[in-house]
Design a protein around this ligand. Sequence first.
Ligand SMILES: Nc1ncnc2c1ncn2[C@@H]1O[C@H](COP(=O)(O)OP(=O)(O)OP(=O)(O)O)[C@@H](O)[C@H]1O
Ligand SMILES: [Mg+2]
Length: 258
Amino acid sequence: MLKLNQVSKTFNKDSINEQKVFNNFSMDIEKDDFICVLGSNGAGKSTLLNIISGKVKVDDGDIILNNVDVTEDTEYEKCKRISRIFQDPSLGTNPSMTIYENLSMAKNKGSRFGLSFLIDRKDEGYFKELLKTLHLGLEDKLHTPVSQLSGGQRQSLALIMAVIGKPDLLLLDEHTAALDPKTSEIVMNITDNIVKEKGLTTIMVTHNVDQAIRYGNRLIMLHRGNKIIDVSGEKKNSLTKERLLELFKDMDDKSLFS
Ligand SMILES: Nc1ncnc2c1ncn2[C@@H]1O[C@H](COP(=O)(O)OP(=O)(O)OP(=O)(O)O)[C@@H](O)[C@H]1O
Ligand SMILES: [Mg+2]
């Protein structure tokens, strides 16, 4: 479904700040994969998502999405097919607009028309049904500015917005990391339900080892731009924290498990 072929990326080439993040990195993502990506700070996790989304251009290699070469496509060109949610709840939604306006924007992502043109009162029932699936009571706050929502409510809304146009790929970059543990669990459950229900191909970056073990069908650990662990199916299902630590024991960086 998505292929990265021999991708390389170096930031600030030939300067004192040169940072080689990927060198001939390849990865195949199957349709319906729900991949959890672990890795220490600076391993290249966000850069991997940036490369897939088109935010960062690769120096070498190709990116193939559904048999089409999208290596040179811009982030804007890909935005209808690839949705993304970040760690910061303020990035996925527009705080000065209402829930209703945010959902209208998401529904018409990539459209050239202005917001007032896009707001369709007929969508009210549809949006309420979508929000009800979150069980957070947001269906009764349709005309409330998003700035009045909690971080967890915002990330949940961002999830609904990210999948409203049925993207080919959902990218989650530590999207529960800024939430308290209980809210993080609620948003993870919502995420899992949405991914399963819609059969979305998903890549989720997380620092939470328990979540990476519990969710998804495949787990990848990145270390200095390399996949040092890539397990799926039964192997992934039988993975424990202890086993993961064992697999990781030869690495010099144990910060992941601290
Ligand atoms: N736009 C950029 N310009 C220069 N260097 C960058 C840029 N983006 C990332 N880097 C560098 O690339 C390396 C990998 O960064 P990346 O953000 O992918 O790490 P990460 O695995 O997501 O880490 P974290 O867990 O801290 O989010 C880091 O050394 C970072 O400083
Ligand atoms: Mg990151």
